[in-house]
Design a protein around this ligand. Structure first.
Ligand SMILES: Cc1cc2nc3c(=O)[nH]c(=O)nc-3n(C[C@H](O)[C@H](O)[C@H](O)COP(=O)(O)O)c2cc1C
Length: 385
């Protein structure tokens, strides 16, 4: 187990200078948000992998308009990274080929962690690794399609279905055997959804179990947590999700931390306002003003978490329709209000409660292979991880 924090991250032939991955988050990690985080990282001289929202293999292969719309990249993104969802090796292979040939991606991640019942009920996301044979088939198809382009394929998963049906160690072995460049582990089971605390010991066990890089995921709220995770687990890098919601400057702190510096960005409300404005501007640039402003709305409460900004202003911001209106509202914020230090190190974003029962296809647990199974995959699965 390493005690020295890694200074970079290699996924196959792809190398980035900071061992930090922006977690794929449906509805969040679009081109605008990825650029916003990238700008923060670069401001600190850092780098990383910034993963696009999950897209479905079938949607991509069948030319679904919504899927294609999501595959937009910012000109600052020199390393295009996309997460694919899929349950059918043929579709996943074709989708991987399209991503490499038509979209010039530099990294493909496969989603085997989604806990959403609509997905697991069909055997997808976090349910799929239970079928070891099918998992191997899907990974093999993606790796075969991406290898001619020298594009690394990784997988992202959870510990298992629940504590009695763990899959992550087998998944790690299968990822390694099929040529995946790394495996990311969110230290929760599907049954836990986002509740409880991420199990970093499982990440350490996976590191011991495989030779490919393991990326640790779950409950990194501050840069210090990221350092602690790699120290405790030996992970090659970290995947950061909810901790950066309304706090894209976390990537600045992470870049500093992995470079051996200590930077804790504590923006006063005036600086938070400027970041919100920048976020809105990027969203509008990529999506047009109407959709961009609509997208920004969901971020308002995260940006203002812990600040004193009043309910009327918050509600108005959560209904904003134009940049001009946004400017008027942002001007009402007190720029000198200091960052609410009590928010540091605390969970943000969805937490939810554990599920008593996981939705699975009939007889799913009866065998652990699934080779040759062709599960029905919709073009537009609900997204999530
Ligand atoms: C709003 C939201 C959307 C998510 N969407 C995805 C997704 O599409 N694919 C995926 O693998 N994980 C998804 N996740 C899970 C995250 O990538 C990550 O694994 C999880 O949030 C745990 O990391 P964290 O504690 O740093 O947030 C999503 C999480 C959130 C909060």
């Amino acid at each position: 187990m390493s005690t020295v924090a890694p200074t970079g991250l290699s996924l196959g032939s792809l190398h980035v200078g900071t061992p930090v991955v922006l977690a794929p988050m449906a509805g969040i990690t679009n081109a605008a948000y990825r650029r916003l985080c990238l700008e923060q990282t670069r401001a600190q001289g850092g780098d990383g992998v910034f993963v696009c929202e999950m897209i479905t293999s079938r949607g991509l292969v069948e030319g679904d308009e919504h899927t294609r719309d999501m595959l937009v990249f910012d000109e600052l993104e020199t390393t295009r990274s996309v997460q694919l969802y899929g349950t059918d090796p043929v579709y996943v292979g074709k989708a991987a080929e399209i991503l490499c040939a038509e979209y010039g991606v530099a990294h493909i991640d496969l989603n085997f962690g989604c806990p959403v019942p609509k997905v697991t009920r069909k055997g997808g996301g976090g349910a799929l690794p239970w079928k070891r044979g099918l998992l191997a088939e899907i990974l093999t198809a993606a790796v075969a399609a991406a290898t001619p382009y020298d594009v690394p394929v990784t997988m992202k998963t959870r510990k298992g279905l629940d504590d009695d049906h763990l899959t992550y160690l087998d998944a790690g072995r299968i990822a390694q055997e099929t040529g995946a460049a790394a495996i990311a582990l969110h230290g929760r089971t599907v049954a836990q959804s986002y509740s409880g605390v991420a199990d970093w010991e499982a990440i350490a066990r996976l590191v011991e179990h495989v030779d490919i890089p393991v990326l640790g995921n779950g409950d990194i709220w501050e840069a210090a947590d990221a350092l602690r995770m790699v120290e405790q687990t030996g992970a090659a890098g970290v995947v950061v999700g909810r901790g950066c919601l309304g706090r894209p400057w976390l990537f600045r702190d992470l870049a500093a931390a992995f470079a051996g510096d200590e930077v804790a960005t504590l923006p006063a409300l005036g600086e938070v306002r400027d970041v919100m404005r920048r976020h809105a501007e990027l969203l509008c640039r990529h999506m047009g003003e109407e959709r961009g402003c609509k997208e920004l709305r969901k971020h308002v409460s995260w940006y203002l978490k812990g600040f004193a900004a009043g309910g009327t202003l918050r509600r108005a911001l959560a209904l904003v329709t134009t940049l001009a209106e946004l400017d008027v509202l942002l001007a009402e914020l007190d720029p000198d209000e200091p960052f609410p230090a009590a928010e540091l190190g605390t969970p943000r974003g969805r937490q939810g409660s554990p599920r008593a029962r996981i939705a699975l296809p009939e007889g799913w647990l009866d065998d652990t292979d699934g080779t040759g199974a062709r599960l029905r995959e919709d073009a537009g699965e609900p997204t999530g991880g």
